[in-house]
Ligand binder design. Structure first.
Ligand SMILES: [Zn+2]
Length: 593
């Protein structure tokens, strides 16, 4: 941090309203002087996410996530501080100073990949446009029923069969070979020669949720294989972390409160052309936890749309259990045999499509229907087999009530005793891992943050609160304690920031305070403190009591430490050391607090 001058941060914060910014992502309802909503960072039914227009701070009392408007964007958009500042600077029209530093090298590689991709996308789409109606590529577009506006919107393009067209084009524009390689547009051949990765294919740019092109998918126009090739992983494109079409669909997903997940590029594009604008695709067969968490920012409800041919495969159903682990509601819709969303929409239109979506079944019902078809469920053995398969799914449902209802339903459907199903559930191996998975992202961190907060001693918590609320308290505490006197490292962090506040200031600027701290947990603690309505009576006495308590705790710790060392010295017969420690002990006792 510290790279962007404080006055610039202040200017940005002065020009934007946290309520306005957050309400473009979350629907806020007024509540007294504040606004409330269900937290976008953890799943909840009753709102504990509070935004204060007076303080320009938000805090969730459920997961303890909180901070100022920069923190919100960081968390929500999963971007770093600098990007959050840039985003708001752009919106508020504040000019950022040009800055470059060594650790920005990564950032410059990423931003170069974005811009190289953008230039490449323009080239591909220009090529498609120019290649004339009778060209193979445009005949293919017509065959797929794609119209001009949708081709433009999704920036669909065409790469011709040349081996060097892209390489030559980008090089002629002064882009270095390294940068083109970093973007994954060329590959290395024999004797250090390079050639274009995409040749004679229709090109689908892949966007991230913020509308930047992160890579490309390329499809052949005939039946040759491989049907698709995609960009390799680059600094900005990581497999399993993005959802195709989310940039176009996210607003509608939020509005309709559900997303339709299809298989591929063309499904998504056709859906959008027909006005089904909450459709996205997984960019690969199995959805990952990262993708589900990305989607969860916009909705907790998904409808999976399968091609009729693979709908019956239980293996692909197992992947859907992941949604349950992430506490999402998942339904499955099927289309008439022989159709995918693309062909279905073109033949039957949007109304019939909407109807099919309406008829989608819950994962539970869908899976049970398939299993009942597969096994003859009157035989005890096949009933047991069906139940076993169903329980692996039910076991992942996080809500205890829903879980119990499913067990009841399963017992009824197969006419077995409910107790027996519960008995079998105990045998299901592997409890859901929830947030324990590696790279658990925000959920994991926040739980961590909340836990950290509980661990803080009352004296440190109260003192931190009183200092944040009153600049005069800081002056008193600063005379009595050093930051290192605070046991908790996050409170220490906050104390350090508070102690360095200008003596002249008569009011603490909370936003400035948060910006001066880098770690998330102390930032969350500050937003918690300023948003929690606590009325501490007799402040002065509380301040002095807390100072004394902290001093006492520290002295006791020191004494204990000396005693331990004394014990060792006595045991090993180090008389000199022993004498010195006894002296130290007595001094400390005499000195008082
Ligand atoms: Zn929360």
């Amino acid at each position: 941090m510290g790279k962007i001058p404080e006055n610039i941060l202040n200017e940005i914060q002065d020009k934007c309203d946290i309520v306005e910014i957050i309400s473009s992502y979350v629907s806020l309802k007024p509540s007294g002087r504040n606004f409330k909503a269900c937290c976008p960072f953890h799943h909840e039914k009753t709102p504990s996410f509070v935004v204060s227009p007076d303080k320009q701070i938000y805090h969730c009392f459920g997961c303890n996530s909180g901070g100022n408007v920069f923190n919100f964007l960081k968390e929500y958009e999963k971007i770093d501080f600098i990007d959050a500042v840039k985003m708001l600077a752009e919106q508020t029209g504040v000019k950022l100073p040009e800055y470059r530093s060594h650790d920005d090298q990564d950032a410059s590689v990423t931003s170069t990949v974005y811009s190289v991709n953008d230039i490449a996308a323009n080239y591909y789409s220009g090529f498609l446009e120019k290649s004339g109606l009778s060209s193979e590529s445009n005949r293919y577009m017509t065959k797929r029923g794609l119209d001009g506006p949708i081709i433009k919107k999704f920036r669909i393009g065409y790469a011709d069969s040349s081996w060097r067209a892209m390489l030559d084009y980008l090089s002629a524009r002064g882009i270095k070979q390294d940068a083109i390689l970093n973007a994954g547009l060329i590959i290395k051949g024999k004797e250090n020669s390079y050639y274009d990765l995409f040749r004679n294919r229709i090109i689908f740019p892949i966007f991230d949720a913020r509308n930047r092109i992160i890579g490309f998918g390329a499809r052949v126009m005939d039946d040759s294989l491989p049907k698709y090739i995609n960009s390799p992983e680059t600094a900005v494109y990581k497999k399993g972390q993005h959802l195709y079409g989310l940039n176009f669909a996210k607003a509608d997903i939020k509005e309709k409160n559900f997303a339709i997940i299809t298989e591929g590029y063309l499904d998504v594009i056709t859906c959008h052309q027909y006005g089904v604008t909450n459709a996205i695709a997984s960019l690969g067969t199995a959805l990952t936890a990262e993708q589900i968490r990305l989607l969860k920012r916009y909705t907790h409800n998904v409808v999976i749309l399968y091609d009729a041919d693979q709908a019956g495969e239980t293996a692909s159903l197992r992947g859907l259990d992941l949604f349950l682990e992430e506490d999402m509601n998942v339904k499955i819709a099927t289309l008439e045999k022989g159709h995918d969303p693309d062909s279905f929409l073109r033949k039957f239109g949007k109304e019939n499509f909407d109807e099919a979506i309406k008829k989608s079944k819950s994962l539970f019902t869908y899976k049970l229907d398939i299993l009942k078809d597969k096994f003859n469920s009157t035989e005890p053995e096949s009933k047991a087999e069906t139940i076993k398969e169903m329980l692996s799914t039910i076991n992942r449902v996080r809500n205890a009530i829903i879980k119990a209802e499913y067990i009841k339903l399963l017992a009824q459907e197969l006419s077995v005793k409910e107790d027996a199903v519960w008995e079998e559930l105990k045998k299901v191996k592997g409890t859901p891992r929830h947030s324990l998975r590696s790279g658990a992202g925000q959920a994991g961190c926040l739980e961590h943050g909340a836990k950290k907060f509980i661990e803080i001693s009352p004296a440190e918590k109260i003192l931190a609160r009183l200092m944040i609320e009153d600049v005069n308290v800081i002056k008193i505490v600063r005379d009595e304690l050093k930051p290192s006197d605070f046991k908790n490292k996050d409170i220490r962090n906050i104390a350090e920031a508070l102690f360095s506040i200008d003596n002249e200031d008569s009011l603490i600027d909370i936003n400035k305070l948060i910006n001066s701290i880098e770690d998330k947990v102390p930032q969350n603690i500050i937003s918690f403190i300023v948003n929690e309505e606590v009325d501490i009576k007799d402040k002065e006495r509380n301040v002095s009591d807390c100072i004394i308590t902290i001093k006492k705790e520290n002295r006791n710790k020191l004494l204990k430490d000396i005693q331990n060392r004394l014990h060792v010295a006595q045991k090993s017969g180090y008389e000199e050391e022993e004498k010195r420690l006894v002296e130290e002990f007595n001094q400390l006792m005499k000195r008082g607090l």
